[in-house]
Ligand binder design. Structure first.
Ligand SMILES: Cc1ncc(COP(=O)(O)O)c(C=O)c1O
Length: 386
């Protein structure tokens, strides 16, 4: 049987190879440190779990959830005001999504036609590219390089590409490169969007994991942002609810309406008990989120300091739950390096090339273990002579 050519857009060879070898090593009793996947090891807040439990106990909440509740939309609007200082968000500017991952597929499809161009970072969180490809559009890449602090440098985008593009995806703090947005960058992004008449999609998955005294914010806080763009607010990493799929598209009302129209052809909305959990997260106490930020920072410090002691260059790691490390010794083949590293040290990292060509020469490490264990992982790397 022949399947859709769409499936040929996606390769999974690297992850399949890493995963298969990992299982073999574990079966052989080898000690393995898996720093490849960004799933938080922290727990969801008790009040969020309780809200979901109580809501799920009511049979009425098991019906089709065709709409976001008024309470949910109001909770997102007030969260933008309280947490990010962004006033003026109204319910028509908000739509729940079953995760940013899925929401991106919907919004990209709502914004572009087959053959269109979209601007996507390289390296990037893979769905930025894949959602664009699924929409039939063609990603044009802008690079995130050490030269520009791993931040967007849109002056490098050729004017004809910028004029042709329907949307621009920006995501800071950045997975995988660990950079954090600055006012200058966001101002440049907004001016660029205006000049080239394109929509900005800002993915804000890590605003609560920013280090060194900086405070993560919202793209929508910048003057003009609400005229050019939308933002994904994911609760996954701030509240450790990755399996519950709690995310929101927020911003320019016509873009949200278009995404809502497309999405309503595909699913029936967010399960009511999940909506209750999201309300609890958005309106509840935030001290645990701040404590967690400091714990991530301790992990970042432990991992980066140990890598430097082992002879690596200090990685880029200012925010997100990832550390972006240049492979030592001038080696550039990140897939070969990651496979060899796993074989010799038991430490599993993600090859930079799996995030795009500009990721070559780097590996990504996730801050998913306590500091002591991260130090042990680096000790294993050093003992393996890598
Ligand atoms: C940049 C970025 N955006 C979005 C997500 C996923 O968010 P969600 O769980 O809301 O789909 C991740 C998860 O790793 C991510 O790194």
């Amino acid at each position: 049987m022949e399947f859709s050519q769409r499936l040929d857009l996606f390769g999974d060879e690297v992850f399949a190879a890493l995963g298969a070898r990992r299982r073999e090593l574990e079966a052989a009793g080898r000690r393995v440190f898996d720093l490849s996947v960004g799933t938080p090891d922290f727990e969801p807040p008790a009040h969020v779990v309780e809200a979901l439990r109580q809501s799920a106990a009511d049979p009425a909440n098991w019906r089709y959830s065709l709409h976001d509740t008024d309470e949910l939309l109001a909770a997102v609007c007030s969260y933008y005001e309280d947490r990010y200082g962004v006033g003026g968000i109204t319910p028509d500017m908000v739509m729940s999504c079953r995760g940013t991952q899925e929401g991106l597929v919907h919004v990209c499809a709502a914004l572009s036609d087959p053959g269109d161009v979209a601007l996507v970072p390289d390296p990037c969180y893979p769905v930025f590219q894949n959602a664009t490809l699924l929409a039939g559009a063609r990603p044009a890449y802008y690079r995130l390089t050490a030269e520009h602090g791993f931040l967007p440098h849109l002056a490098d985008v050729p004017a004809d590409v910028a004029d042709a593009a329907r949307y621009l995806i920006v995501s800071l703090p950045a997975n995988p490169v660990g950079s954090v947005g600055t006012p200058e960058v966001y101002e440049e992004v907004i001016a660029f969007a205006r000049e080239h008449d394109l929509v900005v999609i800002h993915d804000n998955a890590y605003s609560d994991i920013v280090f060194d005294g900086e405070r993560g914010g919202s793209f929508l806080a910048y003057p003009g942002a609400l005229e050019v763009g939308v933002e994904f607010l994911s609760l996954s990493k701030s509240f450790n609810v990755t399996g519950a799929r709690l995310s929101f598209l927020v911003g320019r009302p016509d873009v949200v309406a278009a995404a809502r129209k497309l999405r309503s052809q595909i699913d029936f909305g967010m399960f009511y008990p999940e909506q209750a959990a999201a309300v609890a997260a958005l309106t509840g106490p935030r001290e645990a989120v701040e404590r967690q930020r400091l714990l991530y920072q301790e992990r970042r410090d432990a991992l980066c300091d140990a890598l430097v002691e082992a002879g690596w260059e200090r990685p880029n790691a200012h925010g997100s739950m990832f550390v972006w490390a240049r492979i030592p010794g001038g080696r550039t083949d990140s897939v070969a390096f990651a496979l060899e590293l796993m074989e010799r040290s038991g430490v599993i990292v993600t090859p930079g090339a799996s995030f795009g060509p500009s990721g070559e020469g780097f590996v990504r490490m996730a801050l998913v273990m306590p500091p002591e264990r991260l130090r042990e992982a680096v000790a294993a790397i050093a003992a393996a002579g890598m």
